[in-house]
Design a protein around this ligand. Structure first.
Ligand SMILES: [Zn+2]
Ligand SMILES: [Zn+2]
Length: 771
C-alpha cells in the first residue's frame, strides 16, 4: 500500500504511481464544494475513465486509462485547479485493478462513519455576481443566488451528510429549471444544495416594526429608508445586522443608544474598495483579505474619521458585501454601518422573534431559516499574516489537524474559558472549534453555548469520552463540565493559550517552547490572578519561569474597569505611599482616590495580580488617554496603541528579579520614568511607543535568559495582549533578530477564543498517559 498523507505539493513527480488504474482517497473539506463535478471535468480533460463517490471521510476516486500512464500531471492539476472551497487535508494513493469503465461517472454516496468536514459560508462568487447583474439571466437581481463555489453552508446545515433535506432549504421544492442544473455534472450548480431561483427559492420581505405592516419595494425600498436615517435590521447569513447610514451622525447616535454602546467601534460594509479607500489606508494584503471568499471585517488605519463610528481609535473595521442581498442593498447607498443585531452582550439574533423588532425601525428579512448563528469574523493584518480578533462566519468549521503523536481514538469535548468563549470537539485526528460565542456570564450566551455543543456533537457525530475545562472553580464552563458525568480534566488558562499555538504550529513531541502569554486575567495554578506569564512548556508539562511582579487590584473587578485604579496601584508600587500629583487624576474624585490608597495599604479587597492587561490600563491612564470607566474590553490599551504606531528606539528601565524562582519582572522604574516624562508637558505620543518597546525588550531579556539556562529558542506569543499589532510586530522583530523562532496564532485568535483548542491538546496528552 502506498500511503501518503501530506500535501501534494511536497511530492516529487517520481513518486506518482504509473500504471493503468489508480485509487485516490481524499479527505478534508471536499463535500458540498463542487469537488466531484470538478473531478468529472478534470478526468474528461485528461481522457481518463472511472468514477468518484462521497464516502464517510471524504471522496474516493477511481481513475483508469487504456494505456499505462503517469497519473502525476492529473494529481498536480487536482491540487492547482481545485475549486476555491476545497481544502485537502489528507490524500491516499493506491494502485488499483483495471475495471474497464465506460466514461467517468459520479456514483451514489456510500454510507459509513459520519465525519465529513463541512465548508464555512462563502461569499458570492464572481460568476454569481455577474448573473445577478445580467438582465438576460433568470436570476437577475435575485438575492439568494448561489452555486457550488459560493453561498451559505455552515449556517444552514442541520445535520450531515450535507444534502438539501438536511439544510434549512429543505422546505423549498426545486423548480424544473433548478432541478436540471442540480443534476447536471457539467453545470456549475451540480449538487449545490442551497440552489434557488425566483421561481422556487426564498424571498425577502420589508416590514415596519411599529405595526408589522409590509412595505412594498423590497431591498431598494430598504436602501431608501436607510438613506433617510432609519435603522434597519437586515437578515444575513449568520444573523441579523443592525444597519444605518454612517454619514448621518443622528442615525449612528440612535443606533448607539439602542445597542447601549457609547464608544465601542461599529463595523462598516462598503460596496467596493474605492469607497473604503476614502476613509482608510488599504495595503495589498488587506485588500486581498477584504476580497477573500471568507469576507471578514478587516481593521484598517483610518484616513478620514466618520463621526461616532470608532471614536478615540485609529482603526476602523470594513467589510465587503458577501451575499447577493448585500450587493443589491449597497448598490445605491454605497456604505452602511453593519453591526450585529443584539441587545448589549447577547448573542446575534437569528430569528425575528428574538427581539429584533425592539432594536430598529424596519426589518428586511427573508424566509430561509438560519440554523446556526455566526457573527462576522474580524481580523487585522500584522507582519505577514492575519491576526484574528474574532473567528466565526467564513472560517468556522474549518478543521485543525492534530500532530500524530497526540491523536487518540476517544472523542473530546473542550469548553473553553468564560469570556469570548468557543467550544472545540476532537475526533479522528481533527479539532473543530466553534464560532465565537461571547461571554458566558450572560444568560443568553449560555444557551448559545449549549445549543452549539449539541449542534457540533450531532453534526459530526461526536460522543465525547472526556470533557475538559478551565481551572477556575467558578466559571460556568467548569460547572457545566462537572454536570456531564464524564471524566473531567482541568487546564490552567495560560497553559491552554500556549497549547493552542503549539497545536496550530504542529510542534513535535518533547520540544520545549517558551510561552509568553499576556492577557487580562486567568486563574493561576496557585489560585492567583495571572496575566503576565512566561511558561516553559512542552505538551505534557508546564513551568512558570517568570511573571510580572504582582500589584494590588484595588476593588477587584472594578479595577479591571477603571484604569485609574491600576494607575494608582502602579504609582504606589513605584513611589510608595507618597505618590506625585498628576494631571490624569484631575477627573478622579479625591475622596475615592484616598479610599483606594487606604484599601491597598490595608490589603482590603485588593487581591494581587500579575496581569499585563492591567499594566496597559495603568500606563494608558498615566498618559492621559484612558476613559474614567472602560465601556468594552481593552478600551484603554487600544487608545494607548493608537498613539504607538511607530516603533520607538528608546525604552524605559525595568528590572528582572532573578534571585528567586519564578523570576519576576518589575516595571516600577518604568512607571517612575513615565511620570518624569509626563511632569513637563503631557506627551502620550512619546510614552506610548517607548512603553511598547519596553515590554518587547523585557520579553527579549527573559527569552535570552531562558535560552541560556534551558537551551530553548522557540518563543510563542499568545493571549489577548498580542492583538496589539505594535507589540506583536516589534517583539517578533527583536526576537527574530536575536535568533529566536517566533510562533504566534494565525488561524485562531490569540485571545480567549483559542482556549478550547489548547484544552483539547491537554486532554489528548492525559488520555495518552492513561493508556
Ligand atoms: Zn457562485
Ligand atoms: Zn428554481
Amino acid at each position: 500500500m502506498n500511503r501518503k498523507k501530506s500535501s501534494l505539493r511536497a511530492k516529487k513527480p517520481g513518486l506518482f504511481p504509473a500504471g493503468k488504474a489508480v485509487r485516490i482517497t481524499v479527505s478534508g473539506v471536499v463535500q458540498g464544494v463542487g469537488f466531484r463535478p470538478f473531478l468529472y471535468r478534470l478526468a474528461d480533460r485528461f481522457g481518463y475513465r472511472g468514477w468518484v463517490r462521497n464516502i464517510g471521510s471524504g471522496v474516493r476516486i477511481h481513475l483508469e486509462s487504456e494505456k499505462r500512464t503517469d497519473f502525476g500531471p492529473f494529481l498536480r492539476a487536482l491540487e492547482e485547479d481545485k475549486p476555491p472551497l476545497v481544502r485537502i487535508e489528507g490524500l491516499d494513493l493506491q494502485s488499483a485493478a483495471y475495471e474497464s469503465c465506460s466514461g467517468f461517472k459520479i456514483r451514489k454516496s456510500e454510507g459509513g462513519e459520519r465525519f465529513v468536514f463541512i465548508s464555512p459560508d462563502i461569499a458570492t462568487c464572481r460568476a454569481c455576481q455577474r448573473e445577478i447583474g445580467d438582465p438576460e439571466e433568470r436570476r437577475h437581481r435575485y438575492p439568494f443566488t448561489n452555486c457550488t463555489d459560493c453561498g451559505p453552508r455552515y449556517t444552514i446545515v442541520r445535520s450531515l451528510p450535507y444534502d438539501r433535506p438536511k439544510t434549512t432549504m429543505a422546505g423549498f421544492k426545486m423548480c424544473p429549471d433548478c432541478r436540471r442544473e442540480y443534476e447536471d455534472p457539467a453545470d456549475r450548480r451540480y449538487h449545490a444544495q442551497p440552489i434557488a431561483c425566483p421561481v422556487c427559492g426564498p424571498w425577502v420581505t420589508l416590514k415596519e416594526t411599529r405595526n408589522g405592516k409590509e412595505i412594498r419595494g423590497g431591498i431598494e425600498a430598504a436602501a431608501d429608508l436607510i438613506r433617510k436615517g432609519k435603522i434597519l435590521a437586515v437578515k444575513g447569513l449568520g444573523g441579523f445586522h443592525l444597519v444605518c447610514d454612517p454619514r448621518r451622525p443622528g442615525a449612528v447616535q440612535r443606533l448607539r443608544i439602542i445597542k447601549e454602546r457609547r464608544r465601542k467601534p461599529l463595523a462598516l460594509m462598503a460596496r467596493d474598495i474605492a469607497i473604503i479607500e476614502r476613509y482608510a489606508y488599504v495595503s495589498p494584503a488587506e485588500r486581498k483579505a477584504l476580497h477573500s471568499a471568507n469576507r471578514p471585517i478587516v481593521l484598517l488605519r483610518k484616513k478620514r474619521d466618520i463621526r461616532g463610528v470608532s471614536p478615540h481609535l485609529d482603526e476602523i473595521g470594513f467589510m465587503l458585501p458577501y451575499t447577493p442581498l448585500h450587493y443589491l442593498l449597497l448598490e445605491k447607498i454605497g456604505l452602511i454601518v453593519a453591526t450585529s443585531s443584539n441587545p448589549k452582550d447577547a448573542p446575534i439574533a437569528k430569528d425575528e422573534n428574538e427581539g429584533v423588532g425592539r432594536l430598529c425601525d424596519c426589518i428586511l428579512t427573508h424566509n430561509r431559516p438560519i440554523q446556526t448563528r455566526a457573527d462576522d469574523s474580524v481580523l487585522k493584518l500584522a507582519g505577514d499574516g492575519p491576526l484574528f480578533l474574532r473567528r466565526a462566519r467564513g472560517y468556522v468549521p474549518y478543521p485543525q489537524r492534530v500532530p500524530a503523536h497526540l491523536q487518540a481514538p476517544e472523542h473530546v469535548l473542550a469548553l473553553g474559558g468564560e469570556l469570548k468563549d468557543t467550544v472545540s470537539v476532537y475526533k479522528n485526528g481533527y479539532v473543530i472549534t466553534s464560532q465565537f460565542l461571547g461571554d458566558l456570564d450572560e444568560y443568553q450566551n449560555v444557551r448559545y453555548f449549549e445549543e452549539t455543543i449539541a449542534h457540533l456533537e450531532r453534526m459530526f457525530d461526536v460522543r465525547p469520552r472526556v470533557v475538559v475545562s478551565d481551572l477556575h472553580p467558578h466559571f460556568h464552563t467548569t460547572g457545566y463540565a462537572q454536570s456531564l458525568g464524564l471524566p473531567h480534566f482541568q487546564v490552567q488558562h495560560h497553559f491552554a493559550h500556549l497549547l493552542a499555538v503549539m497545536l496550530e504550529h504542529q510542534i513535535p513531541d518533547g520540544k520545549k517552547v517558551l510561552g509568553v502569554t499576556f492577557d487580562g486575567y486567568g486563574y493561576g495554578q496557585d489560585g492567583g490572578a495571572w496575566g503576565g506569564e512566561f511558561l516553559l512548556s512542552d505538551y505534557s508539562s508546564c513551568t512558570r519561569i517568570a511573571h510580572f511582579k504582582p500589584v494590588p487590584l484595588p476593588g477587584g473587578d472594578l479595577a479591571a474597569r477603571e484604569p485609574w485604579r491600576m494607575a494608582l496601584a502602579y504609582l504606589r508600587e513605584a513611589f510608595g505611599e507618597k505618590i506625585p500629583a498628576l494631571p490624569s487624576f484631575e477627573k478622579v474624585n479625591g475622596k475615592t482616590r484616598d479610599l483606594v490608597m487606604k484599601m491597598m495599604a490595608s490589603g482590603i479587597n485588593s487581591p494581587l495580580t500579575s496581569s499585563c492587561g492591567r499594566l496597559f490600563d495603568a500606563v494608558s491612564h498615566l498618559a492621559g488617554l484612558a476613559p474614567l470607566e472602560m465601556e468594552f474590553e481593552a478600551e484603554a490599551p487600544l487608545r494607548l496603541e493608537a498613539v504607538s504606531r511607530s516603533h520607538s528606539r528608546t525604552f524605559y528601565s525595568f528590572e528582572l528579579i532573578a534571585d528567586r524562582e519564578p523570576w519576576q519582572l518589575s516595571f516600577a522604574a518604568t512607571i517612575r520614568e513615565i511620570v518624569r516624562d509626563m511632569a513637563g508637558k503631557p506627551c502620550p505620543e512619546k510614552i506610548g511607543p517607548a512603553f511598547h518597546r519596553t515590554l518587547a525588550e523585557a520579553i527579549a531579556l527573559v527569552s535570552e535568559r531562558v535560552r541560556r539556562a534551558y537551551g530553548t529558542d522557540s518563543v510563542a506569543l499568545a493571549g489577548g495582549v498580542f492583538l496589539n499589532r505594535t507589540l506583536l510586530t516589534l517583539t517578533s522583530r527583536i526576537l527574530q533578530r536575536r535568533g529566536f523562532e517566533v510562533l504566534r496564532p494565525r488561524q485562531y485568535s490569540p485571545n480567549d477564543e483559542s482556549i478550547s483548542l489548547g484544552q483539547v491538546a491537554y486532554a489528548l496528552v492525559r488520555l495518552k498517559s492513561r493508556r
